[in-house]
Ligand binder design. Structure first.
Ligand SMILES: *Cc1c(COP(=O)(O)O)cnc(C)c1O
Length: 392
C-alpha cells in the first residue's frame, strides 16, 4: 500500500539517492577479475579489481576447484560446528597458520565475517577498541556488534593513539586495531610503533592484512615483512584479494582461535565455504608460497606508475603499495575522470563517500602483477592524456 513504510520512506529515499552524485549502480561485467574486461562493448584494462596477482584464472586454482566440486559436491551443508570439518578446511587452516608464522588459524566465509568473528569473540562492553579512522567498514561493524566502545584515532597518527590510550588508562580491556595496507589510500600502518604502544598499555593488537596478504613480505603480509609475527596478537585476512578466491581467515595463538571458534557469531551462524572455494584458496596459498617474488614485481610496477602520476602533478595521497589513489575531491570530478580514462581503455574505480570521507572522492587504481610492459605504457599514456583535462 502506498501509505505504507514502502511508500512513505523507501520510495522517496531511493528517488533522492538516484538524483545524487553518490548513487551507485552495478555495471554488468562477465569476468570482473580478469586482466581485460569487456564493458559496454569496449575492451578495458582492468585496474579496478583486487585480484592483485591475477590468480583468479590460474590453472592450478581452477583445477583444484573443479576436482573438489566433483568429489565433494557444491555445498558444505551447514555451519562447521554442525556438520563437522572438511579435511580441506583443516589443511587450509594449518597451512595458513604456518605461512603466517602463527600457531593456529580459522577460516570464515569472508574477510568481512572474519572481522565480525574477531570482535564478537574478543571484545565486549568492558572493552575499549582503538581504531584507525580509515579502518575498513567490517572492522567498525565488528566493534559495533561486540558492544565495545569505539575510540577512533587520526589516520596513522601514533601520537594521537598514545594520548587516547593514556586517557583510557582505567579501561578494563583494550584492543588496538588497524588495516596494514589501507584499502582506499594504499598507505601502510606504522606497525612497529603501534605494537610498542600495545605492549606499554597492555592492549591486544589486531591487524587486518586483507590487501597485504600475497603481496608484501614475500606474500606473508606486512607483519611478517617487518619481523613482527610474534608481536601482533591477531592477524585477519582474506582469500578474496591477491589469493584470487573467497573466504576470510584469522591467524593467532591457539587459545585465541579457540575463543573465535566458540564465540565468533559470523563463524557459528553461517554455512561453511563450499569445497571448491576452499580448494581454490589452498591452491592459491601454495602458489604464493612457491612464488615468493610475485609481490616484489607488483611493488616495482606500482612504484613506476606512482612516480609517473606524481610527475604529472596528480596527488597519490601517500600511497606506497599497489593501491594508488588519485585525489579528485568532488564526486563529479572523480566520475568525470573515470569516464575519460574509460575512453582511453582503462577501467579504474571512482571511489566516493561514504566509502571515503566527504570531499575526498578519488580514482583508485589497483595494479596487478600480470600487467605487461605494453599495459604499463597504456596506463602511463592514459593518465598523461587525463592530465590535459585535469590541469588545462
Ligand atoms: C576487502 C576487505 C575486507 C573484507 O574481505 P572480503 O573477503 O571481501 O569480505 C576486510 N578488511 C579489509 C581491510 C578489506 O579491504
Amino acid at each position: 500500500m502506498s501509505t505504507s513504510f514502502f511508500g512513505k520512506y523507501i520510495v522517496p529515499e531511493a528517488a533522492k539517492l538516484r538524483n545524487s552524485d553518490s548513487y551507485r549502480t552495478i555495471p554488468p561485467v562477465d569476468d570482473g577479475a580478469a586482466r581485460e574486461v569487456v564493458y559496454s562493448g569496449a575492451k578495458l584494462l582492468n585496474l579496478a579489481s583486487n585480484n592483485y596477482l591475477g590468480l583468479s584464472h590460474h590453472p592450478d586454482l581452477i583445477e583444484a576447484s573443479n576436482k573438489a566440486a566433483t568429489r565433494h559436491g557444491c555445498s558444505s551443508g551447514a555451519s562447521r560446528l554442525i556438520t563437522g570439518n572438511f579435511a580441506l578446511a583443516e589443511t587450509l587452516e594449518a597451512e595458513l597458520a604456518t605461512f603466517k608464522y602463527q600457531e593456529a588459524a580459522l577460516v570464515t566465509g569472508s574477510g568481512y565475517a572474519a572481522n565480525l568473528a574477531v570482535f564478537t569473540s574478543l571484545a565486549d562492553r568492558h572493552t575499549v577498541v582503538f581504531s584507525d579512522r580509515l579502518n575498513h567498514a567490517s572492522i567498525i561493524d565488528g566493534i559495533l556488534l561486540s558492544g565495545a566502545r569505539l575510540v577512533r584515532y587520526k589516520h596513522l597518527d601514533m601520537e594521537h593513539l598514545s594520548r587516547l590510550l593514556d586517557r583510557e588508562a582505567l579501561a578494563e580491556k583494550k584492543i588496538i586495531v588497524t588495516d596494514t595496507v589501507f584499502s582506499m589510500d594504499g598507505d601502510v600502518a606504522p606497525l612497529a610503533r603501534l605494537v610498542e604502544l600495545g605492549k606499554a598499555h597492555g592492549a591486544l593488537v589486531v591487524v587486518d592484512e586483507a590487501h597485504a596478504m600475497g603481496v608484501l613480505g614475500r606474500g606473508r603480509g606486512l607483519v611478517a615483512a617487518l619481523g613482527l609475527s610474534n608481536d601482533v596478537d591477531v592477524q585477519v585476512g582474506t582469500m578474496s584479494k591477491a589469493l584470487g578466491s573467497l573466504g576470510g581467515y584469522v591467524a593467532a595463538r591457539v587459545e585465541t582461535i579457540e575463543l573465535l571458534r566458540n564465540k565468533g557469531r559470523s563463524f557459528i551462524f553461517s554455512t561453511a565455504l563450499p569445497p571448491a572455494v576452499l580448494a581454490a584458496g589452498l591452491a592459491a596459498l601454495r602458489h604464493v608460497k612457491a612464488n615468493p617474488g610475485l609481490g616484489a614485481r607488483l611493488m616495482r610496477i606500482s612504484r613506476q606508475i606512482r612516480d609517473h602520476l606524481d610527475s604529472l602533478g596528480f596527488d597519490t595521497m601517500g600511497s606506497t603499495t599497489q593501491i594508488i589513489p588519485v585525489f579528485c575531491g568532488r564526486n563529479r570530478v572523480a566520475l568525470h575522470a573515470q569516464a575519460l580514462l574509460r575512453a582511453e581503455g582503462l577501467l579504474v574505480a571512482a571511489v566516493r563517500p561514504p566509502t571515503v570521507p566527504q570531499g575526498t572522492a578519488r580514482l583508485r587504481l589497483s595494479l596487478r602483477a600480470d600487467l605487461t610492459d605494453d599495459d604499463l605504457k597504456h596506463i602511463r599514456l592514459g593518465f598523461s592524456r587525463l592530465r590535459v583535462s585535469f590541469f588545462p
